[in-house]
Design a protein around this ligand. Structure first.
Ligand SMILES: Cc1cc2nc3c(=O)[nH]c(=O)nc-3n(C[C@H](O)[C@H](O)[C@H](O)COP(=O)(O)OP(=O)(O)OC[C@H]3O[C@@H](n4cnc5c(N)ncnc54)[C@H](O)[C@@H]3O)c2cc1C
Length: 411
């Protein structure tokens, strides 16, 4: 059933009892043309684009728990394109643009909201990095701009103005956007399901079956499924799933935490990044302040996090925004990220024919529609689009890394 004003009015006549489930709860079939492992935004998106652009509809998305319960539901929703190296500036520019029109494409409101982002700069080093980022991204059409201290203070009236801290200016990122993360997963699931894709929850892939020609199928908690093509989009479980296909990924898995305050009246209308302190925050539509910082500095698969990072993040924010001192802390959580050694995503074929990977942890929520589109294209044609060629796995052999270690901004 199409979501439209007309259908909304029509259903209201029946007390909204006529809506159908957003996607079919499918049973696994014996064989598929493509199996996607991972029912987050990246995996569901890839399945949708395979069906929509490549006419491949015998596709299953296998999710070990519930749809979008991984990092898709845990992230802080910021969609930005402030990167320093040309390959990644180009990639993330395309990724940012790919969000426009997504709601119409999947007929589901993903609540895209162009909030803008303000980065606070606190040293000459920050300023020179910002200039470099602005010049690089401008080549691809981005509109970041340096702003002076006076304008920064006007934009952020709650910022401490005692001049205790060496704020030297800021960056205005007018195109930075947020989207409702669950809606992205649900929208893709519904749209893919309408095109014939089987969405199978509570179905864990436990092994990948290989033969002399490469991938031959997957073993799952609900039996064996035959397929010649597997796309992996499992975020923090990449190393484990890739190992099933005899592929070693150059990644380290670390928890990343975020937390929210209780709701308050609107006080911040964009995403705020304190660059030197590696901290960011934004206010949700419900009024909570969402805060985050860097990943935990040690590998772990735990999704619980620890107290050290929230404490450090709060201390950083309070230094510049002491007005938040009396906010109540409501909830904290963690997700696990597959971080590559150059902090850039991997969307690639692998040494195992028929096994393709979208290692999204470092690409992030922000790249979901574009990465999914590129992953689908790679699976369909067995060759990478030129835009994602630099993000192939072989860069770790050739040494042609995209060293976004100092990625200009945060998650
Ligand atoms: C606290 C936090 C804040 C973040 N903030 C941002 C942000 O502001 N902006 C941004 O761009 N990015 C952000 N990120 C990163 C972003 O959340 C992820 O990179 C992105 O959501 C990954 O999406 P995905 O679909 O690949 O993974 P997921 O949504 O994690 O989906 C992968 C799915 O694979 C399933 N799975 C795993 N193993 C198997 C298996 N063997 N069989 C079947 N299914 C399996 C999992 O259950 C999971 O549902 C943040 C992450 C965290 C943790």
């Amino acid at each position: 059933m199409k979501y439209s004003g007309f259908n909304l009015a029509l259903q209201s006549l029946f007390k909204h009892r006529g809506w159908q489930p957003a996607w079919r709860a499918a049973e696994p079939r014996k064989a598929y043309d493509v199996v996607i492992i991972g029912g987050g935004g990246h995996g569901l998106g890839a399945a949708f684009y395979l069906a929509k652009y490549h006419g491949i509809t015998r596709v299953a998305v296998l999710e070990k728990s519930w749809l979008g319960g991984g990092n898709t539901a845990r992230n802080t929703m910021t969609i930005r394109d402030n990167f320093i190296y040309p390959d990644s500036a180009r990639f993330h520019r395309e990724a940012l643009k790919a969000w426009r029109g997504l709601s119409a494409d999947v007929n589901f409101n993903v609540m895209l909201s162009e909030r803008g982002m303000t980065t606070i700069l606190m040293s000459d080093r920050d300023l020179s990095d910002a200039r470099r980022m602005i010049n690089t991204t401008a080549m691809f059409g981005a509109e970041h701009r340096i702003i002076g201290v006076d304008e920064l203070r006007r934009r952020l009236p709650l910022m401490d103005n005692s001049e205790r801290f060496p704020v030297v200016g800021g960056v205005d990122h007018p195109e930075v956007t947020v989207a409702r993360h669950d809606a992205v997963a649900w929208g893709y699931a519904r749209a893919a399901s309408r095109l014939g894709v089987d969405i199978i929850e509570n179905c864990e892939v436990t092994d990948i079956v290989l033969d002399a020609n490469g991938v031959a199928g997957v073993e799952t908690s609900r039996g064996r499924i035959e397929t010649r093509k597997v796309g992996m989009a499992v975020s923090g479980h990449g190393t484990q799933v890739a190992a099933m296909a005899d592929v070693t990924l150059p990644v380290e898995t670390c928890p990343l935490q975020a937390f929210v305050s209780t709701p308050i009246k609107p006080v911040i209308d964009n995403v705020v990044v304190i660059r030197s302190l590696n901290t960011y925050f934004l206010q949700t539509d419900k009024g909570e302040l969402v805060m985050g910082s860097v990943a935990n500095p040690y590998p772990s698969f735990s999704q619980q996090g620890s107290s050290a990072i929230p404490e450090r993040t709060l201390a950083s924010i309070l230094q510049l925004f002491p007005a938040f001192e009396r906010l109540k802390f409501m909830r904290q959580w963690a997700g696990i990220l597959d971080l590559t050694y150059d902090n850039s995503p991997i969307i690639s074929k692998t040494s195992t024919p028929g096994f393709y990977v979208d290692v999204a942890g470092s690409g992030g929520f922000k790249t979901t529609p574009f990465a999914a589109k590129m992953h689908a294209d790679l699976i369909a044609h067995d060759r990478p689009d030129p835009l994602i060629e630099p993000f192939s796995l072989d860069r770790f052999d050739t040494g042609r890394l995209i060293l976004e270690r100092a990625s200009y901004g945060n998650r």
